[in-house]
Design a protein around this ligand. Sequence first.
Ligand SMILES: Nc1nc2c(ncn2[C@@H]2O[C@H](COP(=O)(O)OP(=O)(O)OP(=O)(O)O)[C@@H](O)[C@H]2O)c(=O)[nH]1
Ligand SMILES: [Mg+2]
Length: 301
Amino acid sequence: MTRAGFAALIGEPNAGKSTLLNRMVGAKVSIVTHKVQTTRARIRGVAIEGESQIVFVDTPGLFRPRRRLDRAMVAAAWGGASDADVIVLLIEAHRGITPGVEAILEQLKDRGGKAPVALAINKIDRVQSEVLLGLTQKMNDRFAFTETFMISAEKGHGCDTLKAWIAGVLPEGPWLYPEDQIADLPLRMIAAEMTREKLTLRLHQELPYQLTVETESWEERKDGSVKIDQLVYVMRDGHKGIVLGNKGETIKAVGKAAREELEEFLGNRVHLFLQVKVRPGWLEEAERYSEMGLDFRDGDG
Ligand SMILES: Nc1nc2c(ncn2[C@@H]2O[C@H](COP(=O)(O)OP(=O)(O)OP(=O)(O)O)[C@@H](O)[C@H]2O)c(=O)[nH]1
Ligand SMILES: [Mg+2]
């Protein structure tokens, strides 16, 4: 008897959803940074626990959207939750019940789906254990969670217990993916995300939110290596200069870091070519959204 289904990870930006997905899958499928709003679309990672196949759905953080991109991201996150067999709400132990968490709880109540909702208090490595009891109590007073877990997605504490619980509540049925598949995301998109992660880590302030990366071409060569061309879209000339850096040193460092990670992921040599393009209106272009795996129309209104 096998089980299979979707477990959506939701929460505020920076709660640790992507870190948890990667830990559950055992590979880096979703990019992680210390900045908010890193994940932009729904990213699926597949994990096996006993007879269960768990398809973890990493989602963009839930926050009050302003721009079209924000709205599309938040819609993708709630979409991930509504399709799921289990929902895991991540909150940060050291931040507690923020206004953002309150807002998510209100929406969870309104949406009233049938899927069990678990609470995962993440980053427990950052607090004294006394804090956790009170937080668990307060959260459960506000919402009828099926179960509460205390975890550190980064250090791994509590993650096995959470995984085993999810495996047990998934519906009975055949597995959804081949046994050896760990992600459901085109390689070209994974590659673009890796570059975007390196850019986000290196650039300051608002710039990472105003750029996007797309894989233009992917060519496997006879010697087994892969040639990848990517475009970095920015909104202004000034941004292009910042992304390139003095004598091109920033883009060079970004390209090197992304290439190394891609080589590890693919187990092949990679030749990565990055080009920066100024495109003032990219945030309003439907094609950019489909490249990101987002629905353009979700950004309307
Ligand atoms: N101390 C500590 N840091 C953590 C833990 N889990 C995640 N982090 C850090 O929190 C930051 C955000 O992690 P992400 O996994 O990108 O968070 P996210 O929820 O996916 O964020 P968005 O994609 O922006 O919504 C990163 O710097 C992580 O290293 C944890 O258990 N303990
Ligand atoms: Mg994320």
